[in-house]
Ligand binder design. Structure first.
Ligand code: DGT
Ligand code: CA
Ligand code: CA
Ligand code: ZN
Length: 573
């Protein structure tokens, strides 16, 4: 049982309670429990197996929620959730996943229009049936249409971080079978994509039937789509589909290559093979009937005369040409990262103190971090005002005097007003070690005005980093629209670094924007925007996104030692 699975059930519970109009405190308790479970470093199921009482030591988990966690771990489901599902109008939960539709609106749509799905919502909006409903209007109908058209044809893709939990636990399940010599997740997941349509798992084993049997016996399987000796396919209760292929050792590399994709990349490589009179498929590399290789992935590259191309680049976006010219970037790795830069403490909306964040970062072996609490504009999270940042600076100075291996930079994440001015006084900004600017409100300004806002903010002399530049949320909101090329040029002119925010639902900049940023000559920072110590582990998702954007170590500022990092940061001041 993955933590993500427990969290998913609690979140659905919270949504159903919202639709029901239940007590806000109860709703919040479920949401909090979902987050606590999700962020717990070890599997909660192990905790339950070891010591039932330990659950109640988790923050915000009392006897009632602990009992529910145990029930989920033991039975795989939750009776209270089933009951709530029966009560709620069908489809309402799915509708709430559309930005701008809260519980009340979802209920109205489901009850008055009989809308049961996102597809049904699109039909109703197009037919103009939504504008006249209570609580809606022509504007909210248009907003729904805009949101839906921004999604790729209603396709449901699962976030990388969530897919990783199910995929890694399936891998562990398969590896327990004797005779399994290799097992990997291939497909879009191996290519580092921020979301996956499904997971593709490859296993090397001589007894395919045994692997397939064990695969379909994974505890969370809801539906078996296929179940044979070389392939199988299942859907988990979370809705995630997993495909299995079993391969012989002689074909494993060729299979891994083929099922890693992308399809467009595979086709281009196969064509290169054809030009050399070779046949390349998921079983190997062949000349006529003669097998030339296939046990290792390198067999395929060697056959077409190319060096290894990292999976993150295999999108047919110029990687084959770059490989031929020996101009592939030396991609940044997780181990290259020397410091984490955006993070919050209880001084604004973080859930751990400054000292706790610093200790956690030190334990991870970082050389430096920055504490970047919010400014005053974000009232709902109680940001710091100018005096607050002065007080925090004194706390950070005292902390640095105590710390042995870690340096804490005093920073801020400052909101940009709609007119491009910043939400803290110039003297306050000038006194900080590192200043992040971010758009949090009014993401829907017209593109020209948004561009002006961004350009003005980036030109402020104290600004160092542009945080999660678009503000998009994966499977959530679309984010701000502005002229990215002009913003990137301004960033380069003013020496502003661009963030790759590693929160799994942000991953902003995204891969194509990272690549554009590097091409424009900008530097990146990859950081976690952590609001709790456990979130420091999000760094891997940010690194994956940067790798997909062709980021070399040298393009990422926080791979540098502190002194060189600061020099780059303040070159423009
Ligand atoms: P996804 O699941 O939508 O996130 O994306 P992928 O890339 O994982 O796609 P998927 O699961 O349909 O297939 C896994 C890999 O298998 C894909 O990346 C490349 C390979 N593949 C699938 N179908 C074809 C095909 O028709 N031709 C070739 N050359 N490769 C294919
Ligand atoms: Ca896939
Ligand atoms: Ca697949
Ligand atoms: Zn932020």
């Amino acid at each position: 049982m993955e933590n993500a699975e427990i969290a998913r059930l609690f979140r659905e519970m919270a949504e159903l309670l919202e639709i029901e109009g239940a007590n806000a405190f109860r709703i919040r308790a479920y949401r909090n429990a979902a987050r606590v479970v999700e962020e717990h470093a070890e599997p909660i199921a192990d905790l339950v197996a070891r010591d039932g009482k330990a659950l109640q030591e988790l923050p915000g988990i009392g006897a009632d929620l602990a009992g529910k966690i145990e029930e989920i771990v033991r039975t795989g489901s939750l009776r209270a959730l089933k009951a709530a599902q029966r009560e709620a109008p069908r489809g309402a939960v799915e509708l709430m996943r559309v930005p701008g539709i809260g519980p009340a609106k979802a209920r109205v749509l489901a009850e008055q229009l009989g809308v049961r799905s996102v597809a049904g919502l699109a039909r109703a909006a197009k037919a103009g049936k939504i504008a006249g409903l209570p609580g809606f209007g022509a504007r909210s109908q248009q907003k729904i249409l805009d949101e839906l058209s921004a999604r790729t044809a209603g396709e449901h893709r699962i976030s990388r971080a969530v897919a990783a939990q199910y995929g890694e636990s399936m891998l562990a399940h398969l590896r327990e079978l004797p005779g399994v010599t290799r097992a990997d997740i291939a497909g879009s997941f191996r290519r580092g994509r921020e979301t996956v349509g499904d997971l593709d798992i490859l296993v090397e084993c001589t007894d395919g039937q045994a692997v397939s049997d064990r695969f379909v016996a994974f505890p969370e399987v809801r539906e078996v789509l296929a179940h044979g000796p070389t392939k199988a396919s299942v859907v988990l209760r979370s809705g995630l589909q997993i495909d299995l292929r079993v391969l012989a050792a002689a074909s494993y590399g060729a299979g891994l290559y083929y099922f890693t994709g992308s399809k467009a990349h595979n086709i281009a490589i196969r064509r290169l093979g054809q030009q050399r009179g070779l046949k390349i498929n998921e079983y190997g590399v062949f000349r006529g009937k003669k097998r030339l290789g296939g046990a290792g992935e390198m067999d395929v590259f060697r056959a077409v005369g190319l060096p290894f191309i990292p999976p993150e680049l295999r999108e047919d976006r110029g990687e084959i040409e770059a490989a031929r010219r020996k101009q592939l970037p030396d991609l940044v790795t997780l181990a290259d990262i020397r410091g984490d830069l955006q993070m919050h403490s209880t001084d604004s909306d973080g859930r751990a103190s400054l000292d706790e964040m610093a200790e956690a970062a030190e334990a991870m072996g970082y050389e430096y971090i920055a504490i970047t609490d919010h400014g005053p504009m974000l009232r709902m999270v109680q940001g710091l005002d100018d005096a607050g940042f002065r007080r925090q600076r004194r706390k950070i100075d005292r902390l640095n005097a105590r710390l042995k291996t870690l340096t804490v930079l005093a920073g801020a994440e400052v909101d940009v007003h709609a007119d491009g001015t910043l939400d803290l006084a110039d003297e306050t900004l000038a006194a900080l070690d590192i200043v992040f600017v971010a758009l949090h409100a009014q993401l829907d300004l017209p593109p020209e005005r948004q561009t002006e806002r961004v350009l003005k903010a980036l030109s402020h002399p104290s600004v160092d980093v542009f945080a999660h530049p678009t503000g998009r949320l994966i499977n959530g909101r679309r984010g701000a629209r502005f002229d990215l090329d002009r913003a990137l040029r301004a960033a380069v002119d003013h020496g502003v670094l661009l963030e790759v925010d590693a929160q799994p639902e942000r991953l902003d900049l995204d891969d194509t924007a990272v690549r554009a940023a590097i091409a424009a000559g900008a530097h990146l920072v990859i950081d976690t925007d952590a609001h709790a110590p456990a979130e420091l582990r999000f760094m891997r998702w940010g690194v994956d996104q940067a790798r997909r954007g062709w980021a070399a170590k040298s393009a990422v500022a926080n791979t540098r030692p502190l002194s060189r990092f600061l020099k780059l940061l303040h070159a423009h001041r």
